[in-house]
Design a protein. Structure first.
Length: 730
């Protein structure tokens, strides 16, 4: 490491220590009396899940009679009032909510499908902090049409992992004065700390046509519903009984596949088995055998005009359970890009876009006292001429300290290519408070990692730190990362190594007292990348002199972005077009406009233009969503990049269409088609999902791919699969 690197680390450590000490000295002690409380009512045997709160148990239960507005006026009077009650038995918890609306014909609700994106629709969202640790939690949401969304609290409340799924039910009802809902969550779907008489709980409601948001606990703009530390209290918990805690989920996949045009169609029949055993209320051990991921949706294609790999998120159920425990470090992402992910589960079971069989896997995750832990080990099968059979795994321990902070360690072993002696170890620490200068958010964190493998050379270490003040009016941050030129963990994601990266941010949101303007958001996000000798490699200064959200829901943005690259070797940006080494400086501009999502036709159009590696580049993207009803929706997306550089001209086209037909929240048909002129291929992924029982699913999946070869379209591959799975709980 250079002396400049040592000085930087010492400076960041000193600043972090000083700010952490100062913040702790002014922190206001948390008082349970500051939190609103709701007592759980007794759940009887006569409750029918129909979305109508007419059973006697609802009338006898304590009620949250109103929420407080956070948008558009903090603390203002809501247009639509909300009331909520909670009932529980020893085996389940049921939430009932009544959302009144002075204009029920204007309710915005276009989705019925499971895991729909509900941010742009009327919806209610709940959080349950079942460990009462202020760092974790389960999130559930639904809209008036019955579309369900579930997630894990991620990054200690700074985000949500919406790829996680749980077993739960919901029903909704629309009436003359608004809509109502009932949500039933089996206690076996949750992990929780035994012996607690109360949980953290919060509810938030969105009335989309007015862009109105209201919340029960911590109704301030600086707070998020995902911050369980800001939740209220759900009191009077019964003595929950999850039985012996055993879950058995057998599944069968059968179908036909033609993997290549010159290979005959092959039939298949593959059973698989997932077993989960609760070890107490707060720990889960899982076993998977011959794991199948047939129902997982295909990745969305993306264009890439950089020298570095793109990151794609995990979508497979086995790896998502307890995924929040494996969150590591602060500041590993910068401006919507992943700079480093120490454990990337997509490295298991996938290699160079080819599926690798997962023969057997074991996993344990849970929380004991203030200690969070998770461990995973898997054995994958070999694939001829690709990878050998190998064993891989990860372990993570995170200790809660103070009110919201943590320290932790992580370790991985194994390599997808079978390289020997591969490992990675790391430590991280995060000081976090939601009570800085009263009720503001403040975070400071540092982390360090080291890896080794027989084929690695150079410096195999990485470290970094971040200071963050993420609040509504001001959002200010500074992050630093140092990645050695030999730092390439086998189970991690590192698109760029051998660098030092500085990322800053100073964003200001101004809310004028205007009938037509909601807010004006001004952004300044500079990024500087140096090599390990402190010579510059890249810079980018993102600015948004105009980013306006109107009261109608429409938005307009204008950006000016100076950029620069110092290439030490050529790189191919498109077929036949190679950018030579040298220094490049340019300025890019963007115009972007959104049509309000509350409309039946909504979308976004974005146009980047300006300089690019000594030439010019135009990038035009458009997305249009057609939502005639909650039964059907169509989303069309297109991107066209037209570049002209001294080395040549290039054009990139990418188009896709997604059709959803939702017969009910438990029966959906979706078809996703994509084409890009780089691969000259057209792919279609069609899925039918029928949840015939809260514990059972049937998936029918058809994949069809054609490619343009020698100016002639021909079949590349196709696949028809039927998967049935059912969960037995004891």
């Amino acid at each position: 490491m250079s002396s400049a690197g040592h000085r930087t680390v010492r400076l960041l450590t000193a600043v972090a220590t000083l700010l952490g000490t100062f913040t702790f000295s002014v922190q206001l002690a948390a008082q349970d009396g500051d939190r609103p409380e709701l007592r759980i009512g007794l759940l009887g045997n006569d409750l029918r899940l129909d979305g109508i709160l007419d059973e006697p148990a609802w009338q006898a239960a304590a009620v949250i009679s109103e929420l407080t507005m956070t948008e558009p006026v903090e603390g203002g009077l809501v247009a639509g009032s909300t009331s909520l009650r909670v009932l529980a038995s020893r085996k389940e918890i049921v939430i009932g909510v009544l959302c009144r609306d002075p204009e029920p014909s204007g309710i915005v609700s276009y989705s019925k499908a499971r895991d729909s994106e509900l941010r742009s629709e009327d919806h209610v969202k709940f959080i349950l902090d079942t460990f009462l640790d202020g760092r974790s939690g389960y999130i559930f949401a639904l809209n008036p049409s019955g579309a369900r969304y579930d997630a894990l609290v991620a990054n200690q409340g700074e985000g949500e992992n919406g790829d996680w799924d749980a077993v739960w039910e919901a029903a909704t009802h629309r009436g003359l004065d608004g809509w109502s809902a009932e949500v039933r969550i089996p206690i076996q779907s949750l992990g929780f700390k035994s012996g607690l008489s109360e949980w953290g709980f919060n509810i938030e409601r969105r009335l989309q046509r007015l862009q109105e948001t209201s919340r029960w606990a911590s109704p301030t703009r600086d707070a998020k519903i995902s911050q369980s530390i800001r939740a209220g209290r759900l009191t009077g918990l019964p003595d929950f009984n999850f039985g012996i805690g055993l879950t058995v989920r057998p599944a069968v996949v059968s179908g036909f596949e033609k993997p290549e045009v010159d290979i005959s169609t092959e039939g298949s029949f593959e059973p698989s088995l997932d077993i989960g055993q609760r070890i107490g209320a707060n720990m889960l051990a899982s076993l998977t055998v011959n794991t199948d991921f047939a129902e997982t949706e295909v990745d969305t294609r993306r264009t890439n005009l950089t020298r570095f790999s793109l990151f794609f998120p995990e979508k497979r159920t086995f790896f998502l359970e307890g995924a929040d425990i494996f969150d590591f470090g602060l500041g590993l992402r910068s401006f919507h890009h992943v700079d480093l992910l120490p454990f990337n589960s997509r490295r298991i079971g996938l290699f160079e876009e080819e599926e690798v069989p997962l023969r057997v896997g074991g996993k344990i995750n849970g929380r004991v006292g203030n200690t969070n832990f998770g461990a995973l080990a898997v054995r994958t099968g070999g694939v001829d001429d690709l990878v050998p059979a190998t064993t891989m795994g990860v372990a993570r321990v995170k200790q809660n300290v103070l009110e919201e902070s943590s320290i932790g360690v992580i370790a991985t072993f194994g390599d997808p290519e079978g390289n020997l002696d591969s490992y990675m170890v790391g430590v991280d620490a995060i000081y976090q408070t939601s009570r800085f200068a009263g009720d503001r958010n403040f975070l400071v964190g540092a982390w360090a990692l080291a890896t080794d493998r027989a084929d690695l050379e150079g410096n195999k270490k990485a470290f970094g730190a971040k200071i963050d003040y993420p609040n509504d009016t001001w959002d200010i941050a500074l992050a630093y990362k140092w990645l050695g030129d030999g730092f390439a963990p086998s189970l991690g994601f590192v698109p760029r190594r051998g660098i030092q990266k500085w990322t800053g941010g100073a964003n200001f949101r101004y809310r004028p007292n205007s009938r037509w303007m909601r807010w004006m958001f001004y952004e300044l996000i500079p990024t500087l990348v140096l090599d390990l000798d402190s010579q510059w490699e890249s810079y980018r200064v993102f600015t948004a002199p105009i980013n306006w959200l109107f009261e109608s829901g429409e938005r307009f943005e204008f950006n000016v972005v100076p950029e620069g690259e110092r290439l030490v070797e050529p790189f191919g940006i498109a077929d036949g077009v190679t950018i030579p080494e040298g220094e490049y400086h340019w300025i890019r501009y963007r115009l972007e406009a959104d049509i309000a999502s509350k409309r039946k036709v909504s979308g976004r159009i974005s146009w980047w233009f300006g300089g690019f590696y000594g030439g010019h580049l135009h990038q035009l993207t458009a997305r249009v969503a057609l939502k005639p009803s909650a039964t059907a929706s169509l989303e069309l997306t297109g991107e066209r990049n037209v570049g002209s550089v001294p080395a040549g001209d290039f054009t990139q086209d990418l188009v896709s269409a997604r059709l959803r037909i939702n017969f009910s929240p438990d029966l959906q048909v979706s078809s996703f088609v994509q084409y890009d002129n780089n691969s000259e291929s057209f792919g279609a992924n069609t899925r039918v999902r029928w949840t015939f029982d809260p514990l059972g699913d049937l998936f029918l999946v058809y994949n069809h791919n054609v490619v343009n070869a020698l100016e002639r379209w021909r079949l590349e591959s196709n696949q028809l699969l039927l998967k049935v799975q059912y969960t037995l709980r004891m």
